[in-house]
Write a protein that binds this ligand. Structure first.
Ligand code: FMN
Length: 209
């Protein structure tokens, strides 16, 4: 069967993808941006995942500020089932990143967001922890950005074996599920950022009449 025309179509698409969807752009003087002064829409459009951080010590008051603000996140029945673990030790950070397997960078701080399943009462709420945890994590990421800290979310979608390993390594109780890890640090002077193009509203919005 002759599939040369199909190959041509895909080749054209691949070039388009490479130009629009791949690569990086540089933000010079990113550490000078005062994210806390931006409007919410500017903050959301100027936040990017950062994978190489500045060298200065993290100001832990900023971390507490961001966590306090994140506790304002709405949760089902106002249960506030979140826990936030600060992983500060260099060796433990390295060990966690090794077990997580999805992050090539390094970070001066890892934050683990978990949610305790013990707050929920019935099987129909089996996914509620991930919703509450995801919402909390998002507020935390924006709050960290607002206090001037750079972040990169890291997935915690582990198979059972890795879940057990990380749980034992960080001593996380069995009733808590992992929502996400967040690599945190100061902004570098300038940053190379993956393009991460977003889809159009037409692909997202469905009107149900
Ligand atoms: C739940 C979640 C898990 C992610 N896991 C990883 C990860 O393991 N490693 C990584 O480098 N980036 C990870 N990211 C970052 C995404 O790649 C990034 O958010 C996405 O490409 C959009 O780019 P932006 O954050 O710069 O807007 C994760 C993001 C989310 C929300």
């Amino acid at each position: 069967m002759d599939i040369s025309s199909t190959i041509k179509r895909f080749e054209k698409l691949a070039v388009k993808c490479e130009k629009e969807y791949a690569g990086t752009f540089e933000v010079k003087n990113i550490s000078d941006i005062d994210y806390g002064k931006l409007s919410f829409y500017d903050l959301t459009s100027k936040r990017h995942s950062i994978r190489e951080f500045g060298q200065e010590q993290i100001d832990y008051e900023k971390i507490d500020d961001a966590i306090k603000n994140s506790i304002l996140t709405p949760s089902a029945c106002n249960r506030q089932p979140w826990k936030v673990y600060l992983i500060r030790n260099e060796e433990v950070i390295k060990g966690t990143i090794e077990l997580q397997k999805g992050f090539k960078g390094n970070a001066p701080l890892l934050i683990l967001v978990t949610v305790s399943q013990s707050y929920y009462g019935s099987p129909k709420e089996r996914y509620a922890a991930y919703v509450d945890g995801g919402m909390f994590g998002m507020t935390l990421i924006y709050s960290l950005t607002a206090v001037g800290l750079a972040t990169c979310t890291l997935n915690t979608t582990f198979d059972l074996e890795r879940d057990k390993k990380i749980r034992n390594y960080l001593e996380i109780p069995d009733d808590e599920v992992f929502a996400m890890l967040i690599a945190v640090g100061n902004y570098p002077e300038s940053a190379k950022i993956p393009i991460s193009k977003r889809i159009d509203i037409e692909e997202v919005k469905k009107v149900v009449n």
